[in-house]
Design a binder for this molecule. Structure first.
Ligand code: DQA
Length: 141
């Protein structure tokens, strides 16, 4: 059975409270439950991690080396400036898909560019929770 690590960055644990007109009303717990349900259907094992700290996210990625078949990551705000997360993803070279709940390309200009996408095989943006399911499916295949 394939093992996929799902990492969510800062403020994703605030879903349901933060800017619901952008991110929707579902909570972080709802997101975790949704991902687990999708993983079960796809018959993959998932591990879910969330952190508000850049260094901790780097450690999650390093610890995944040779332990998982793929990573699904929403680096949240770090997407736009974290060279440390980019380097960690490059270091482990685990197939990674970047996911964003909102469509970063149609929001403020500073969100248009992703630093971390350069280490990812694909970016899925603007599909809400479904983006995670799609990413899991792509890695499972
Ligand atoms: C986000 C988009 C980022 O620009 C933002 O900083 C987030 C969430 C998204 O999922 O749409 O925190 O990654």
């Amino acid at each position: 059975m394939k093992k996929i690590l799902v990492i969510n960055g800062p403020n994703i644990n605030m879903l349901g409270i933060r800017e619901t007109s952008i991110y929707g009303g579902g909570t972080y717990q709802d997101l975790c439950d949704y991902i687990k349900k999708e993983a079960q259907e796809l018959q993959v094992e998932v591990e879910l991690k969330q952190s508000n700290y850049e260094g901790e996210i780097v450690t999650f990625i390093q610890d995944a080396y040779k332990k998982v078949d793929g990573i699904v990551i929403n680096p949240a705000a770090y997407t736009h400036y974290s060279i440390a997360i980019l380097d960690a993803l490059k270091a482990v070279s685990i197939p990674t898909i970047e996911v964003h709940l909102s469509d970063i390309h149609s929001r403020e200009e500073f969100r248009h560019h992703s630093v971390t996408a350069a280490a990812c095989v694909e970016q899925i943006s603007g599909l809400g929770f479904e983006g995670y399911a799609l990413a899991l499916k792509k890695i499972a295949e």
